[in-house]
Design a protein around this ligand. Structure first.
Ligand code: PAF
Length: 280
């Protein structure tokens, strides 16, 4: 596996592949890779001849009081894991490569509507940073297919909107959520949890399952959401949302029972966890 750090070197490599008619797959990450990421790489390998994974902790998608400074940076271990999973190029640019005019002076990409709700409402500006960096990464890597995890459900919707609206010539593939044995969705942020918090954290997945059972039993959606928020609060979480939406994140009608997704964002002390469950 090659490690590249500049856009010029990456463009040269991708151009050489494309001249040979090879299909390029892409997995964007912020590093600190775990099995949830490696599933994305495996999927990219299935869909493409050559795979690029990026590692870039993107400053523009973190709010002022969020965990940008302490976000775990483990590039050497990431490189070993990527190589073991058949990745061809690790692209690890610095901030100057990603934002030549400086972070804060960058051309921004803003997806309207779906970025104002759920995580967008609780993390103002977050999805602007995500859309901005992903658009840049697509221009840098020029992939034929890009793989994103379904754990970041709203992010996947934002990316699909972005790709369609800006006519990026690539296919987006969503990868399944990888969970620990007790149901906790794998996330780099899990390592912030204390041992006691780690015990409590699977309540999120259990609550999503209870939401699905409530919907399938025909209970009113607001009642199911309120019961979920109560359960999480009782377990010690501060709840940002426990919500039921349509798959496209619009709001369902009162009697809608199919094509729904349950989404939770909740904090244990300073650690914010998100998860979701497609109900059908
Ligand atoms: O999901 C992530 O890790 C990030 O939001 C992404 C897509 C790599 C953009 O920085």
């Amino acid at each position: 596996m090659l490690s590249l750090h500049t856009v010029a070197d990456l463009h040269a490599q991708v151009r050489a592949w494309k001249l040979r008619g090879l299909r390029v797959g892409f997995v964007p990450t912020m590093g600190n890779l775990h099995d949830g990421h490696f599933v994305l790489v495996d999927l990219a390998c299935e869909h493409a001849d050559k795979v690029v994974a990026s590692v870039f902790v993107n400053p523009t998608q973190f709010g002022p009081n969020e965990d940008f400074a302490r976000y775990p940076r483990t590039l050497d271990a990431d490189a070993r894991g990527l190589s073991a999973h058949g990745c061809d190029v690790l692209f690890a640019p610095d901030v100057a490569q990603m934002y030549p005019f400086g972070a804060g002076r960058e051309v921004q990409v803003r997806v309207p509507g779906i970025t104002d709700i759920l995580d967008g409402a609780h993390r103002p500006g977050h999805f602007d940073g995500v859309a901005t960096v992903v658009a840049r990464l697509f221009n840098m890597v020029q992939p034929d297919v890009a793989v994103f995890g379904r754990k970041d459900y709203q992010q996947l919707q934002v990316i699909q909107y972005l790709v369609r609206d800006l006519a990026f010539p690539l296919q987006i593939v969503g990868a399944p959520i990888v969970r620990a044995d007790d149901g906790l969705a794998l996330s780099s942020r899990n390592q912030y949890l204390t041992a006691a918090e780690r015990e409590v954290a699977p309540t999120i997945h259990a609550t999503l399952q209870a939401m699905r059972a409530g919907v399938q039993a025909g209970r009113a959606l607001p009642e199911v959401e309120a019961a979920a928020a109560r359960r999480l609060t009782d377990a010690g979480f501060v709840v940002d949302y426990a919500a039921i939406h349509r798959a496209d994140l619009s709001l369902p009608a009162a009697d809608e029972r199919s094509g729904l997704v349950a989404l939770i964002a909740a904090r244990l002390d300073a650690t914010r966890l998100i998860d979701n469950l497609i109900m059908d």
